[in-house]
Design a binder for this molecule. Structure first.
Ligand code: MN3
Length: 199
């Protein structure tokens, strides 16, 4: 199997002004593109090359660091593009909205926790909302790690994630990660997050 860069459901400028077109273009074509190529190279000829990415990540402690970095980068960005939308923002309703209220008290409390996870991740990494059994948890991971990995502190199925690597925001926001994280809420595709929550 050869992993492929998935197509984007919107154009580079679609998330303006929250995420600028130049950042989207470089992030998708160069960064995600490189993770995809490097994952294929790292898996070539190994017994893992025909396995699903989720299975690879679940056994990542047994695999070379190049698979961890690029397999994580491949999966994380696949998720990231889909959980954003030009018609995103607002709050989740239905089962996901109810589950957020149950586990965090309110949407506002959840937003605070998730923002804190994104802001306190030192250096490069991701903040996540994960489904862990019947629970919802907020966590963060360094580099391109994620909660599917058997090495993660908090394991679960990621249903929402924000990339807090500087490459995700530096052109528009420079060092102001807080502004980028604030703008992210305007583009969250809650329909997709709900779909992942149910799945
Ligand atoms: Mn990135």
């Amino acid at each position: 199997m050869v992993y492929e860069l998935p197509s984007l459901a919107y154009d580079y400028a679609a998330l303006e002004p929250n995420i600028d077109a130049r950042t989207m273009e470089i992030h998708y074509t160069k960064h995600h593109g490189a993770y995809t190529t490097n994952l294929n190279n790292a898996l070539a000829g190994s017994e893992w090359q025909d396995r699903k990415i989720e299975e690879i990540l679940a056994s990542i402690s047994k695999l070379p660091v190049a698979v961890r970095n690029n397999g994580g980068g491949y999966y994380n960005h696949n998720l990231f593009w889909t959980i954003m939308s030009p018609s995103g923002g607002g709050q989740p309703s239905g089962d996901l909205g109810a589950a957020i209220n149950t586990h965090f008290g309110s949407f506002e409390k959840f937003r605070e926790l998730f923002t804190q996870a994104a802001m306190t991740r030192f250096g490069s990494g991701w903040a996540w909302l994960v489904k862990s059994g019947n629970e919802l948890k907020v966590t963060s991971t360094p580099n391109q790690d994620n909660p599917l990995m058997d090495i993660a502190e908090v394991r679960g199925i990621p249903i929402l994630g924000i990339d807090v690597w500087e490459h995700a925001y530096y052109l528009k926001y420079q060092n102001r990660r807080n502004e980028y994280v604030g703008a992210f809420w305007n583009v969250i595709n809650w329909d997709e997050v709900s779909r992942r929550f149910k799945g």
